[in-house]
Write a new protein. Structure first.
Length: 368
């Protein structure tokens, strides 16, 4: 480590947020006063820690010391622009850590953007549009017809939406999204079932479409995003085509593959489109609850993973650049990188091969 480079306060704060440390806790770990640590986090050239203090921060936060020494400020994501499903169920430290993951996603996205020609953003501004109408309009724009969406993550990536994974060890942070510099981002907690993760992805897509440049928080906007997600994954006409006044819970389970959604989502959408009565809906909910379908699925689908990031990583590996090299280049902990790219605990430790040609910016194509 060389202190010739400038200490960056925003990076210290980001690392602390990711570790969910209070100022007091970090101060105790490094043997400094809370006031001193707070001063180091402020954008003030007078508060520059000595080299041994930077090393203590590095050890306490488990971040490379070089991460804190950079002229490049971290783009801190404004929490007011982030969609969180339920702030009441989330601790402040969890919210800050998740927003911190968003900032790390921006760093990683910037790296990929410097290496590849990323898909352009193909997402209309549908603010003020009714959720079902927005779902129908987007299906038409993306040429989806009434077909089941085979893979939500692949579809989002194809249309320029940056999708990253979350390793937050809590279901209070299930997913979130935001716009930054004209680019849409979605972060998905992969602890959820495959069906519920698809619904989370569609929900966040709804926020990006319906609440751009607004504050995507509150009961009303959550209901709009929920409605959009249901109609985007399960269009009204396809649900009505499967309706019957004799539907039982076994029939509901058999219907799930039509849309790759959860049993509870199917039941709710049947009621929403008027395919079943309120009495019928209530009985199906009772049956589903007895089977534990409020939290789990019977013979559920696999969780979806990224296609685009895997293409990037494969191309980089062909040039002798592995995940560890990326982490070193960005001065980030290895697990922070793997946690964002749907590769929890999977790392490449081989040494990079020397490049025989100058860096390229290949154009990677995605399919539906």
């Amino acid at each position: 480590m060389s202190m010739a480079r400038q200490f960056n306060p925003s990076r210290l704060r980001l690392a602390r947020m990711r570790r969910q440390f209070t100022l007091k806790h970090l101060s105790e770990l490094v043997g400094l006063s809370t006031r001193m640590v707070s001063g180091y986090e402020k954008d003030n050239c007078k508060n520059v820690p000595p080299e041994d203090t930077v090393l203590k921060f590095s050890s306490a936060l488990n971040y490379p010391a070089d991460f804190f020494l950079s002229d490049n400020d971290v783009e801190i994501v404004n929490s007011d622009t982030v969609s969180f499903r339920s702030l009441k169920a989330m601790k402040a430290s969890q919210q800050h850590a998740a927003v911190g993951a968003g900032s790390l996603g921006l760093i990683l996205d910037g790296y990929f953007d410097s290496k590849f020609n990323l898909p352009h953003v193909n997402l209309p501004d549908l603010r003020g549009c009714e959720p079902e109408a927005a779902a129908d309009e987007l299906r038409e724009l993306w040429d989806l017809g009434s077909l089941c969406i085979n893979n939500m993550i692949h579809l989002l990536e194809k249309h320029g939406i940056r999708v990253f994974s979350l390793a937050e060890n809590t279901q209070a942070v299930d997913a979130f999204s935001f716009w930054k510099n004209g680019k849409p981002y979605i972060f998905l907690n992969t602890q959820k079932s495959g069906e519920r993760s698809r619904m989370d992805a569609a929900h966040e897509l709804g926020h990006l479409l319906l609440h751009k440049h607004g504050s995507p928080q509150g009961k009303a906007v959550e209901m709009e995003a929920d409605s959009f997600a249901a109609f985007f994954l399960m269009p009204r006409r396809t649900v009505l085509a499967c309706s019957s006044k004799y539907l039982n819970i076994e029939d509901v389970l058999d219907l799930r593959p039509n849309w790759k959604t959860s049993a509870m989502a199917v039941i709710m959408q049947l009621r929403t489109v008027g395919a079943i009565t309120e009495w019928h809906h209530r009985n199906l909910i009772i049956e589903a609850s007895k089977l534990g379908l409020r939290k789990t699925e019977i013979n559920g689908i696999d969780r979806e993973k990224t296609l685009l990031l895997e293409m990037y990583l494969k191309s980089l590996e062909n040039d002798g650049i592995n995940i560890k090299d990326i982490a070193n280049k960005l001065s980030l902990p290895l697990e922070e990188i793997t946690n964002l790219i749907f590769r929890f605990g999977v790392v490449s430790t081989g040494k990079a091969k020397p490049q025989s040609s100058p860096p390229r910016a290949p154009k990677l194509q995605l399919v539906k």
